[in-house]
Structures are given as C-alpha cells and as structure tokens.
Design a protein around this ligand. Structure first.
Ligand code: PLP
Length: 353
C-alpha cells in the first residue's frame, strides 16, 4: 500500500525480518499512523447508540472530529504487532546497558512483575485494597536497612542517579536546617561515575575533584586537605569504579564528619560487599542501592530501575514522602507532611518501582 506521498507504509510491511534477534527493523521512511489509512475505515464495529452524550457534557462536548487514524482491523493489528517487535527485550538479546549489564537479569523477575497482584493494581487505589503491595515495600525496606546497618530508607527514587539526587537533597536540607547553607562544595574522587558530579552540580554545588593514588584508591590525605567549612559532603563509591574496596573509608568518613560534612556513598557496587560489610558501620550518611544491579530487578528493555536510598539517623528526618509506616498488622503509606516534620516532599508522583 502507498500513502498519498507514494511512500510504502509500515502497516503493510510487517513481515520482513522475522527471526532477526532485534525484531522488526525500522523502515527508512516511517509515516505516522495519522498519515496513512483512510478516515472512512475503522477496525472496530461499535453499535449505534441513541444516547446524547453532549447533554451530559455541557459546554465541554467536543466540537471537532476526533481525528483518529482510519485503519482496517488487519492494519491496526499489524501495526501493534510490529511495534511489539521493536521492543528490545531479554528474549531478543543481552541488555545493552553500561554497568547494569554486569548483573544477572533473569526472565523470572519479569514474570514476578507481571503477577496480577502487582500488575493489576493502581497507585490511586485506596490503601486498604493494596495492603499486600505496601507490605512488600515495607519488607524490602527493612531488608535494605538491615543489610546496610542504617535506620531509614527512602523507597521512592526510580534508579541510581535519582537516588543520588534524593540523598544529596537530604544532605542539603540537613545543612540548611543547621544554618550551614553556605557549604557549596562537594568532593568527588576522579574515579567516580559521571552521575556523581552531575548530581552535585544539578543541586547547585561546586564539584572539587580528589585525585586517586597510583593503585586507584582515594587518597585519604587529599580528602583531608580539601575539607573545610565550605564542604557540604563527599560522594564516594565503595567498592570503587576500579573494583577496589577503599581501605581508608572509615578514616575518610571520620574526617568528613569532623569537618561538619556528610558522606554520600554511591552504592552501585553494593553487590560485591553485601552480607560482608554494612556501609552504616563504615560511617555513610546516605547511599543508594541500584536494585537493578544488586538485586537483579528488571531493568532497561525489561523494566524500570529502582534506586532506594538508605539514610543515617542524621539524615532520616529529611527522607522524602511517601514512606511506609507499620501499625500492628496494618501498613500505610504516609503521603503528607504533618507540618511538624522536615521531609523533602516527593521525588516522584507516587512511590518507588
Ligand atoms: C549505574 C551507576 C550509577 C547510576 O545508576 P542508574 O540506576 O543507572 O541511574 C551511579 N553510580 C555508579 C557507580 C553506577 O555504576
């Protein structure tokens, strides 16, 4: 079929490329559905109705035609099947994501995410009808605090970089609450993931780079030399990007705290130390956990990331909303500030992934 510019249309070209690992290929010329078809065709037969809907819509009734694309039933079916084959999925190949690719991405996770009890619920449902889902959040949050040796967790952040922003926002809020809002510097080792300096800069901080030692670890003396009353915090990855556990991490944490600053730990590599070391015992104040890295939550072509942030007692009062509260057998999501607390507000429309 040709459209009115004489170009072949996607809806009639779905059968090429079956069996290729990436699914259907994009066509060199890809008209929109609105550009093809014929307004007089329809893929569905709806019975005529005598109801006059305009009477109930008052002045809001649509005055103009709705302008849906006019496709026949096979054309619309081919369109959606073809779209589904453009999705990159774990069935078609390895996840093409940077460091997330180091993880195990079993298909089973996606099956779990499709369980009706999870897939068929809505964030606006009354909480009494989704107690099981809230309980899952509460239980996972409890595990994360236990594994990291911390006392608070924010489940809302959607992935690692979003978690960094959440943790650094808590650090900023804590400084402001203490009248330390003038602290405008964040220390970031040169081996850091690009999201660390980007997060600090996004929140209005200046970034000061800390040199690495010859072996790739952070130079503790360089951190001490850089610390002063203008430093808000350090963002440090442990184990670091070279895959090395920072041997001086406790000395760094102590020096940072002594200077009145906070320790943000990038927990993207937590899988390497989970169950062996608790970051809370090393002196961290905030750390995101990339569940799509450490816990193999579906990610990329197979699902969203998830970046909960654990917080030290010093930062706990600034955790974002909503958070889960247990009251006997019932669990609830606390969604609003009660006026007496310092929560950051929301990181996103609803709760985390
Ligand atoms: C993956 C990663 C991030 C960012 O996490 P996303 O979930 O991709 O946003 C941050 N830091 C390090 C060290 C990482 O490996």
């Amino acid at each position: 079929m040709l459209n009115n510019q004489g170009r072949p249309t996607n809806v009639d070209n779905v059968n090429s490329n079956v069996g290729a690992s990436s699914g259907a290929a994009l066509l060199p010329s890809e008209p929109l559905l609105f550009e093809v078809g014929d307004k007089n065709k329809s893929g569905v037969d709806l019975p005529k109705t005598d109801t006059d809907f305009s009477s109930r819509l008052g002045g809001f009734a649509r005055q103009t035609p709705i302008n849906l694309p006019g496709l026949t039933e096979p054309q619309s079916m081919r369109h959606y099947v073809r779209m589904s084959r453009l999705n990159y999925s774990i069935d078609a190949g390895f996840y093409p994501l940077g460091s997330c690719t180091m993880k195990h991405n079993p298909r089973l996770n996606e099956k779990m995410a499709r369980l009706p009890g999870i897939a068929d619920i809505h964030p606006l449902q009354p909480q009494s009808t989704v107690q099981g889902a809230i309980e899952l959040m509460e239980e996972l949050g409890r595990w994360l605090m236990e594994l990291t040796g911390t006392g608070a967790v924010a489940m809302a952040p959607k992935a690692g970089a979003h978690g960094e922003m959440c943790g650094m926002m808590a650090i900023k809020a804590a400084h402001e609450a203490k009248g330390q809002g003038h602290r405008k510097l964040v220390l970031v080792p040169e081996s850091a993931h690009g999201t660390n300096p980007a997060t600090a800069a996004f929140l209005g901080y200046k970034v000061k780079e800390i040199k690495a030692r010859k072996d790739g670890t952070v130079d503790v003396q360089a951190v001490k030399d850089a610390l002063d009353e203008n430093v808000a915090g350090i963002m440090l990855t442990n184990p670091n990007t070279c895959g090395l556990f920072e041997p001086d991490v406790i000395e760094i944490a102590d020096a940072v705290h002594e200077a009145g600053a906070y320790f943000y730990c990038d927990g993207a590599n937590f899988n390497a130390i989970m169950g062996v070391v608790r970051p809370g015992d090393l002196g961290i104040d905030a750390m995101h956990i990339n569940l799509h890295k450490t816990f193999s939550t579906p990610h990329g072509g197979g699902g969203p990331g998830a970046g909960p942030v654990v917080l030290s007692d010093a930062l706990a009062p600034y955790a974002p909303l909503p958070y889960v509260k247990r009251d006997g057998d019932a669990v609830s999501l606390v969604e609003n500030q009660d006026g007496s607390d310092d929560h950051l507000g929301r990181m996103s429309a609803f709760h985390g992934q």
